[in-house]
Design a protein around this ligand. Structure first.
Ligand code: NDP
Length: 240
């Protein structure tokens, strides 16, 4: 049995592609999700992996969910903090709830997962954590003060935790995807999306498997000297 990996939000979009890639690499993969049971069933059937439902923004539920995974499958060696949501609005229309919910899930989820899994990784002397940030956390984005703040926070979180894990064989890195063709981007109006694609040097949206390949490298044995880094996978958009 390969190393055990949990991918949060692993049943759809980028997370699902990560599950597929890590399974192909020989890891024992578990996907977490929030509420879409049908997507989870399809993911479990197609990929032959186990899916566990809990809200990563809920501290107690995350501790309990990760403990259950450890009992069922084994100690968790790899965490990919991929679960994320958007609640877009310009500041004057954004509610406090929109702000809190995005911070709770997108950034709080990383903290909760690390609290559950990082101590065991350190004790065993090996671990990999990959946090999925965003180009909008690096550059900001109109209508996304909540999302940009949470994703920007992920990049700081990554560098701080990387320092805590470095002596114990635990690496912590981030990937900052550009615009990737998933349900999340499908929610962006076509007219806005056209303008976004016009700013991407390669002239297209990214595909989920292109992010998954980056994760595959960062969690590999060969990546032990890479920590506290952010890998930008965005079709060259970071140059603008
Ligand atoms: P999708 O909306 O396609 O999928 C989101 C996944 O996260 C689903 O599996 C969903 O579960 C799960 N999820 C949502 N909320 C929670 C929660 N509270 N607890 C557990 N799981 C949850 O997203 P993408 O694949 O597009 O995005 C994945 C990550 O990549 C996100 O962090 C996103 O911010 C980031 N990203 C995406 C970009 C893009 O262009 N798509 C660009 C840059 C970053 P369920 O199906 O049950 O709802």
């Amino acid at each position: 049995m390969g190393r055990v990996a949990i991918i949060t939000g692993g049943t759809r979009g980028i997370g699902r592609a990560i599950c597929e890639a890590l399974k192909a690499d020989g890891l024992t993969v578990v996907a977490n999700y929030a509420g879409n049971d049908e997507a989870a069933r399809q993911c479990a059937d197609t990929l032959g992996i186990h899916c566990y439902k809990w809200d990563v923004g809920d501290h107690e539920a995350t501790l309990a969910g990760c403990a259950q995974v450890a009992r069922d499958v084994g100690p968790v060696d790899v965490v990919v903090n991929n679960a994320g949501i958007t609640r877009d609005a310009t500041l004057h229309k954004m509610s406090f709830d929109d702000w809190n919910e995005v911070m709770r899930i997108n950034l709080g989820g990383c903290f909760n997962m690390a609290k559950a899994c990082f101590p065991g990784m350190r004790e065993r002397g090996w671990g990999r954590i990959v946090n999925i940030g965003s180009i909008n956390g690096q550059a900001g984005q109109y209508g996304q003060v909540n999302y940009a703040a949470a994703k920007s926070g992920i990049h700081g979180f990554t560098k701080a935790l990387a320092q805590e894990g470095a002596k114990s064989g635990v690496t912590v890195n981030a990937i900052a995807p550009g615009y990737i063709d998933t349900d999340m981007v499908a929610a962006v109006p076509d007219t806005v999306l056209e303008k976004i694609v016009a700013r991407i040097p390669v002239g297209r949206l990214g595909q989920a498997h292109e992010i998954a390949r980056g994760v595959s490298f960062l969690v590999s044995e060969d990546a032990g000297f890479v920590t506290g880094s952010t890998m930008s996978i965005n079709g060259g958009q970071h140059m603008y």
